[in-house]
Structures are given as C-alpha cells and as structure tokens.
Write a protein that binds this ligand. Structure first.
Ligand code: NAD
Length: 319
C-alpha cells in the first residue's frame, strides 16, 4: 500500500480507501457474517481509511462498520457524513446535523470520527450549506467530536464554489475522474490545490458499471455510458486484465487525489482493488480504452436541485 498525507495535517491515508456503502446493501444484499472478515482483509492489505454515511442502508452500514472496526478503531481514519439520511430525506439544518451525528457516533461505537462530511450538497440550498451547516460542523470540530470537516457531492464545480465560500479540510467527488470521466480537473482539483483541501475521489468503477456484474436498479447513468463501460470490461477480459484493478489503477494515477474510495463487497474485491498499486497495464491497452471513450467522456446525469447543476458553476472556465 502507498500512503499520502491528508491535506496539511500529515495524517497518512492509504491511497485506496474502503467505501462502506456495500455494507448498507446498496449494491445488493451481502451477508453480515462477512463484515469482520471483509474489514480485516482491508486492514491486512494496508487500508486505513474507511468512509460511511447514515444514508447507506439507513444506518445499517454505520452499524456494521462500527462493529467490524471496533478492535482496530484507533489505527483507522474513520469518515462519516450528515445531511442526507434517505433517498429523499435531507436535513442540512444546524440542529438536524448536530442531533443526528450523535446517532452516527452511537452506531459507529466511537466518541469521535476523524472526518465529518456534508453528504451530497447538490440537494441542499447552497446558502444554508455555507451559512448554517458548515458552521455547525465547525462547532463539532471545536468540541472534538470530529477532527476534520468536509463536503461531498456529484458536481465538481459546485463543490469548488462551496469551498471558495467556506474552507473545509477535504472535498469528496465521485464519478468525475476515472476511466469514464476527467472533468473533476476543470475547476475542483485546482481549487483544492489552491485552498489546501484534501481531495478524495470516489466510485472508480463508476458505481459498479465497470464491475462486469449486474448493475444496480437505481443506477442513473444513461445507456451510452453503460455501453462504454461494458466495452471496456470486454476489452480487459480479452487482454486478461482484471477490470476492477484497471479501474482503480486509473484513479491512482491522479497526482492531487489523496485517496480513492472503492465500494468493496467481498475479500476478492479487496484483493482486486489493492492489486492496482502494483499494476502495469499491458502496452496498448490504455490507447484502446481511449479509442472506446473517444467523444464519450464526461457524460453526466441530472443530480440535485436545478440551481445546483454543473453548468451554473463552470461558466467561463475552459479546458
Ligand atoms: P464503486 O465505483 O466503488 O463501485 C462499487 C461496485 O463495484 C460494487 O457493486 C462493488 O461490489 C463493485 N466492485 C468493487 N470492486 C470491484 C472489483 N475489483 N471487481 C468487480 N467489482 C467490484 O462505487 P461506490 O461504492 O459508489 O463508491 C465507493 C465509495 O465512495 C462508496 O462506498 C462511498 O463510501 C463513497 N462515495 C461517496 C459518495 C458521496 O459522499 N456523495 C458518493 C459515491 C461514493
């Protein structure tokens, strides 16, 4: 495993992080008997960064991760979130995030987390996120209930705009820098660089499109994105390269990202992800991926409030 410093603080984070949404059965039901073995396999592979949310399985992922992580809690950097509690259940108020964070701590069996993030800010009123939610998180930081605070979401431009308006220790963006997209770099990457925020990249498999397995029913990607992902998977199979490993490898090539969060549902997927650290893709494979993706990179889907869609935040910014 390789470790990189989290922002200015010096906490060494594994470049591959454990995304715990599968523990909430987000991608299909997984047996709770495997939790400890799965988390232990991640720790054995050198992973020390764990990311969860009360939204994943409506508390189930936090409960399962909290129990599985208990013996190793002090060795791990534990992140959870607030503000999103269900598909359509949002509460970005100061009172709401403060009160419901206590439930997260209880489920996680700990008295503090390392990172508390606002979950999916594109579903909130940006003025409330900046003027009320982030100040509430700052209070929790001052109280020692979280060591760091951050924001997460789908739109990189919106995240950059928010960071400009209120400093945070980290920003988490997903599905905008991997084999199928690279537009995180238009505005978010340079803004994090300039303002000293750690950049966390999530969903290297584009929320499972590059897994080669069944796609989750709720997956919002349009048909063309699914087709391109499927072509990449087939290309990898023909070349005898693990597509999960290649997908994670691609994300590890980003020079500014601290850690890439992978949603691993079994021990094989932990091994497959961690093999990316030493992968040397066969000559020519990446050029073939480029040919597949020509003209099809960065195809978005609508997400969040109308006023928070990406185009509002990238005006005048060229590539
Ligand atoms: P992902 O791209 O990591 O894909 C996960 C899916 O791919 C699962 O079905 C998993 O079983 C499968 N998979 C994983 N490794 C595989 C491998 N090697 N081979 C084949 N299949 C494999 O998507 P994700 O889980 O959405 O993202 C990772 C994590 O990032 C999440 O668990 C979460 O912690 C975080 N995240 C946060 C936000 C947010 O805060 N807004 C959004 C997305 C993701």
């Amino acid at each position: 495993m390789i470790y990189k410093k989290f922002g200015h603080t010096g906490d060494p984070l594994s470049v591959i992080g454990f995304g715990a949404s599968p523990l909430g059965n987000v991608f299909g039901s997984i047996s709770s008997e495997f939790d400890r073995g799965l988390v232990a396999a991640a720790i054995e592979s050198g992973i020390n960064f764990f990311d969860v949310s009360p939204y994943y399985g409506l508390g189930l992922a936090e409960e399962r991760l909290g129990a599985a992580l208990q013996p190793d809690r002090d060795q791990c950097f534990l992140a959870t979130k607030c503000g999103r509690y269900g598909v359509d259940d949002f509460d970005f108020s100061a009172a709401g995030v403060t009160r419901r964070f206590e439930d997260s701590l209880r489920r996680l069996r700990t008295d503090h987390v390392d990172l508390l993030q606002i979950h999916d800010i594109e579903f909130g009123d940006l003025n409330q996120v900046v003027g009320e939610t982030l100040p509430a998180l700052t209070v929790l930081k001052e109280q020692g209930k979280t060591r760091f605070i951050g924001i997460t979401g789908y739109w990189p431009g919106l995240l950059a705009e928010t960071l400009e308006r209120h400093p945070t220790d980290s920003v988490l963006n997903y599905c905008h820098w991997n084999l199928l997209a690279d537009d995180m770099d238009i505005r978010l990457t340079p803004t994090c660089e300039r303002l000293g925020a750690a950049l966390i990249n999530a969903s290297p498999l584009h929320m499972g499109l590059l897994s080669g397995g069944p796609i989750a029913e709720w997956h919002p990607a349009p048909a063309i994105v699914r087709e391109k992902a499927s072509e990449i998977v087939k290309l990898c199979v023909r070349n005898d390269v693990d597509h999960g490993t290649l997908a994670v490898w691609k994300c590890l090539q980003h020079p500014r990202v601290t850690s890439t969060l992978v949603g691993m549902a079994n021990v094989e997927q932990v091994k497959s992800a961690c093999a990316a650290v030493a992968l040397q893709p066969p000559t020519g494979l990446l050029s073939e991926v480029e040919v597949i993706m020509h003209g099809a990179l960065n195809i978005w889907w609508p997400q969040g409030r109308a006023e928070n869609q990406e185009c509002s935040f990238n005006e005048g910014i060229g590539r």
